[in-house]
Design a protein around this ligand. Structure first.
Ligand code: SAH
Length: 213
């Protein structure tokens, strides 16, 4: 392992990541493959980095913390909203049976698809569209993770969560003050709890204007 990567893994441990499976996957997936050439030197810095279209690849500690909180099992079907670079998708793909990931920018989805193919990640299905509607054809999902900040929790996603399922979603309209909520569904209904403060780009509902790519 490179020195930069070892330092990052130590940072993750210090930041509260104790699940060895999550740490192993964070060590195995090459983050440098998910950033542009400009940022390769900083791929193992514990920070979000630009990926174009005003979007970012999430901070490694946030990826690891959300992955840990999601408690993904190897037989599970996972839905991700906000493919972005595909980095979180690749992390999830190593832990789950299958990952469905939705991105509203076609160009980002295409780039993510190429990266995942290069890394031989094959248990992933990418779609371009409005993720606030979820992806009904494959519902229900054992786990759902939203990697953009929602003003409020999209009801379609709650509906597509399996009984016994866990959903993580950053909530808060304020760009610097959001909280990841964990939503669990049981026979009795829905329970919501606040997990951690985060800073994500906004989840934008509705169709993308054609000029935006
Ligand atoms: N998980 C990504 C983080 C990407 S940032 C990574 O590891 O790189 C969040 C992404 O959510 C952006 O790419 C943004 O375009 C996308 N997004 C925002 N609103 C969306 C929506 N309604 N449906 C699908 N994707 C959306």
């Amino acid at each position: 392992m490179s020195v930069a990567k070892q330092r990052l893994i130590a940072d993750l441990r210090r930041g509260g990541i104790s699940d060895e499976r999550v740490l192993a996957v964070m060590a195995a997936v090459p983050r440098e493959a998910f950033v542009s050439r400009t940022f390769v030197e900083r791929a193992y810095d514990n920070m979000a980095l630009p990926i174009g279209f005003g979007q970012t690849i999430s901070q490694p500690l946030v990826v690891a913390a959300m992955t840990q909180a999601l408690q993904v099992g190897e037989r599970m079907k996972v839905l991700e909203i906000g493919t972005g670079s595909g980095y979180q998708t690749a992390i999830l793909a190593r832990l789950a049976r299958r990952v469905f990931s939705i991105e509203r920018f076609k160009a980002l989805s295409k780039e993510a698809e190429r990266r995942l193919l290069d890394l031989r990640v094959h248990n992933v299905v990418l779609h371009v569209g409005d993720g606030t509607k979820g992806w009904p054809p494959q519902a229900p999902y054992d786990r759902i993770i939203v990697t953009a900040a929602a003003g409020e929790v999209p009801q379609a996603l709650v509906d597509q969560l399996a009984v016994g399922g866990i959903m993580l979603v950053p909530v808060g309209p304020d760009p610097v003050n959001q909280t990841v909520e964990r939503i669990t569904k049981s026979e009795q209904g829905i329970a919501r709890e606040e997990l951690m403060p985060v800073r994500f780009v906004p989840l934008v509902a509705g169709a993308l204007p054609t000029y935006e790519g």
